[in-house]
Design a protein around this ligand. Structure first.
Ligand code: LLP
Length: 434
């Protein structure tokens, strides 16, 4: 389900040799495949064929403007979580009237911006938020479209830091109190009830928690349709991707070759499991996928600086670090790491693959096996398109990486590497220190 493959011995993204990209723009650099994004988007919408489906891409997973424009061209809208994201949706020239505004801590200014932009709906996370939306909409003389996020208390069987649908998580209103929250909403003059929302977690590798959660929420959905005339049900995002065999999973036949009980989630399996539950509702269905659409559509290119041998361990030290891709340090997550130039005649190397940042957590992989590589050679981190650049920081005063978009044999820089000047542009030395 992606367009990264070796042509001869050289890793390509679609028809572009990734070593050429690394040489031209330097490293670390994120590279995205437009064809992979388009394929994933189409496959997911087709998996729920026959339903009125709106994909709202979860912009938090990757908010590069070029990708947002690509999504807008594909008919997708956005799941937005901040004023900054609303402004990005506008800057990409997308139609905010199809997008939704989520998040537990919406400020008054963000609510105002969302209303001015004609947001499709607010996904409300609490009663005090509802009161604030009512207040802001009242001041503007408009009615705010809303859906309440319900928390179905379902275990998504994913990493605890990205589980959201359990009762102990901060998200949504517990299912048993949801109806009362809708009734309370009817008392607010400046809100209009439009739908209902849920999202149980991220990187789900099995459809059963989705089925369990949707099944649990459906009686409420039916009641809301009958009593409040809601028009849509958003079932959130969360579809997982392949990390461990990321490269191989792009090859024809790989999915079919996986044993049925080990096969990762496919959009077809997702659709087949959910369509029979959703169809009878007769509602518009919103999907909020992030990782599924962009995760395997992106790689992070890095250069080897040193191979530090001996002392009981080998360390492969790269020019990329936890500031560029924080997922391994933050969630112990696995990213496959492959050489841009493959050479099967070389010896194998077992090493810890690390970045230059001054802390031990700056480690991408322990005891990883790969072909022997040396200074100046390039590697690619697979499945880095989601929550990669989006979570990058400048820790150790490292500038933000560059981003490149590939389409067929075309490629273009879609975010220049940050300069030192722009890194310090907002900083000031106060007069009392001069
Ligand atoms: N909808 C809501 C309300 C969400 O909170 C999220 C993600 C999504 C949709 C999209 O979920 P996805 O389809 O991408 O799984 N930084 C973590 C993931 C955090 C997910 C936060 N919410 C990681 O790198 O794994």
């Amino acid at each position: 389900m992606h367009h990264f493959h070796y042509v001869g011995q050289d890793l390509h993204c679609e028809s572009v040799d990734l070593a050429a990209v690394a040489k031209l723009y330097g490293t670390p650099t994120y590279v995205y495949s437009a064809a992979t994004i388009a394929d994933n988007t189409t496959r997911l919408s087709e998996s729920l064929k026959g339903l009125d489906v709106q994909i709202c891409f979860a912009m938090k997973s990757n908010s590069n403007l070029a990708l947002l424009k690509h999504f807008a061209n594909l008919g997708a809208a956005f799941d937005l979580v901040s004023g900054g994201e609303i402004r990005r949706a506008i800057a990409a020239g997308s139609d905010v009237r199809k997008s939704v505004f989520a998040g537990v801590g919406k400020t008054e200014a963000e609510m105002k911006l969302a209303l001015e932009s004609g947001i499709f709906a607010f996904h409300v996370e609490s009663e005090p938020e509802l009161a604030r939306i009512n207040h802001v909409a009242g001041k503007m003389g408009v009615k705010a479209p809303i859906a309440i996020r319900v928390n179905p208390d379902v275990d998504a069987h994913t990493h605890h830091k990205i589980t959201t649908g359990k009762s102990e998580n901060k998200f949504g209103i517990p299912l048993k109190y949801a109806l009362a929250a809708y009734e309370a909403a009817t008392k607010f003059k400046n809100v209009a009830i439009k739908g209902v929302q849920m999202h149980i977690g991220s990187q789900l590798t099995d459809v059963s928690p989705f089925v369990e959660a949707v099944t649990k929420v459906i009686p409420l959905v039916e009641e809301l349709k009958a009593n409040f005339g809601i028009s849509y049900f958003s079932i959130g995002g969360g579809i997982g991707i392949v990390y461990r065999d990321a490269l191989a999973s792009g090859q024809p036949g790989w999915w079919q070759a996986q044993p049925a009980d080990k096969r990762p989630i496919t959009p077809e399996a997702y659709g087949a499991a959910l369509l029979p539950l959703l169809k009878p509702l007769g509602l518009k269905i919103l999907l909020e996928p992030g990782r599924f659409l962009v995760g395997n559509a992106g790689v992070l290119l890095a250069r080897v600086e040193y191979l530090k041998r001996g002392h009981g361990r080998n360390f492969l030290i790269l020019d990329t670090a936890m500031n560029d891709l924080v997922r391994p340090a933050m969630y112990d997550s696995y990213h496959e790491i492959v050489p841009l130039h493959r050479d099967t005649t070389r010896r194998a190397l077992t090493a810890d693959i690390v970045g230059p940042i001054c802390e031990s957590g700056d480690c991408f992989a322990k005891d990883r096996q790969l072909q022997e590589v040396g200074e100046g050679e390039y590697l690619a981190f697979m499945s880095a398109g989601a929550y990669g650049f989006a979570m990058a920081s400048r820790y150790n005063s490292r500038p933000l990486a560059a981003e490149v978009l590939v389409k067929g044999s075309n490629f273009e820089l879609v975010n220049a590497r940050e300069s030192f000047e722009s890194m310090i542009a907002n900083e000031r030395i106060p007069a009392f220190l001069k």
